[in-house]
Write a protein that binds this ligand. Structure first.
Ligand SMILES: CC(C)(COP(=O)(O)OP(=O)(O)OC[C@H]1O[C@@H](n2cnc3c(N)ncnc32)[C@H](O)[C@@H]1OP(=O)(O)O)[C@@H](O)C(=O)NCCC(=O)NCCS
Length: 168
């Protein structure tokens, strides 16, 4: 299994993996909207492939932390593994690869809405511990952040997702 950045040739295969993994095309549409926005980060749009076939995908893009000032942090969404390749460590490998790149880029925080039993394995914790508020009424353990080395306490604020996320 190889992990690398996406290229435009990969777009249809990425859409297909997401549609199969989620059973709907909302995430594929979200990815497309993010790519066309100023929140897209090419080096944090990663595919996992086996013998040149894409079987997994992860995207980190910029979202806002809004208080008196607005700070940009990373939002992790979506993460999708082809149904036939789930529970084989590919999702975990994509998360770890992305977090390493985020550290190297000196990003401060990664925000995710997802399964706590999965994401806590990578050091994600409920955002509320850091005074970071979810924009959605979800149980607090599902809205998580992973702080990176550049994290500082001033990142206490409410998360605001950019328009690309409307309707997801
Ligand atoms: C969730 C997902 C990304 C995990 O990727 P993966 O490659 O299957 O995961 P890994 O093999 O690295 O890790 C396995 C762990 O993932 C979690 N997991 C996998 N599938 C899961 C599911 N359907 N529901 C809940 N947790 C799941 C479990 O914690 C599992 O641990 P276990 O095998 O010890 O029980 C993948 O299963 C997927 O694409 N699911 C459908 C789309 C989705 O829900 N995306 C995540 C949005 S937060």
């Amino acid at each position: 299994m190889n992990i690398r950045c996406e290229t435009s040739i990969d777009y249809p295969a990425i859409a297909q993996v997401n549609t199969l993994a989620f059973g709907q095309d909302n995430e594929a549409k979200l990815i497309d909207k993010i790519r066309h926005s100023n929140r897209y980060i090419p080096e944090l749009s990663l595919v996992a492939e086996i013998e040149s076939t894409i079987i997994g995908y992860i995207l980190f893009s910029y979202i806002d932390l809004v208080d008196e000032q607005t700070l940009q942090v990373l939002g992790l969404a979506p993460l999708a593994i082809h149904p036939q390749f789930q529970r084989q460590g590919i999702g975990s490998a994509l998360i770890k690869a992305g977090l390493e790149i985020a550290e190297a880029k000196k990003e401060a925080i990664v925000v995710v809405l997802g399964h706590p039993e999965f994401y806590t394995r990578f050091g994600f914790q409920p955002s509320i511990i850091y005074g970071i508020e979810s924009p959605f009424p979800v149980p607090k353990e599902f809205f998580m952040v992973k702080t990176l080395q550049s994290y500082q306490e001033r990142y206490k604020a409410k998360v605001v997702y950019p328009p690309a996320f409307d309707g997801v």
